[in-house]
Every structure is written in C-alpha cells, then in structure tokens.
Ligand binder design. Sequence first.
Ligand SMILES: [Zn+2]
Length: 113
Amino acid sequence: MLNGRTGFDALSFTTLILAIVSAVLASVIENQLYAMIPAVIAVAFIAYTIFRVLSTNVGKRRYEAEKFSSLFKKDPYKRFKCPKCKTLCRVPRHKGKIKIHCPSCGHEFVKRT
Ligand SMILES: [Zn+2]
C-alpha cells in the first residue's frame, strides 16, 4: 500500500496529535474570528502529516525524524575546557571523578563527569 513511501513515524504521529489538539482548541473557542487561528494551524498540521506519510523522499523524511527525536535525547558526553589551551575535551558522562588527558596539548586535569 505504501510502496516507496515514508509511512507513519514518530514525527508524523506528533504532528497528527498537534493537529487534533489544535482542532479541539478551535472548537472550544467561542469567538469565531479567534477560533480561525487554531483551525488554520490544525489544517496545516494535517497537510504536513499527509505530506510526510506519502512522501517518496524517504531519506530526507528519515533525516527529519532523526533530528526531531534527537531533541529529546540527552547528550551522553560532557565537555570540559582544557585549563591550559582552552580546547574542548569530550568525555563520557557518569564515570565519576576522572583524569582527562587533553588531546591537543597533553595537559591532564581531574573533573567529575
Ligand atoms: Zn589542552
């Protein structure tokens, strides 16, 4: 059915939920003029969801979905500035107190990660 198409992913699901929330908001607002704003937003989200699900540019849609999900992931690394040369040193988190060896100048310093 969805031959060569992106199909439903986490980002499409989120935009669909946002469309539903906007549509509900539009139906709750009594002033018709102000209700137009969430109604237009709901239509835009629905259009974007349909566009994403039916898109044949799978690579680009997958890249967007990855970017979107990376917003909610915590960086597994902590960065420290070398006190000697100011180079940023990247070390893994949750390793306790470790000795960091600067890859640029060779200086060693101790930090808690
Ligand atoms: Zn250094």
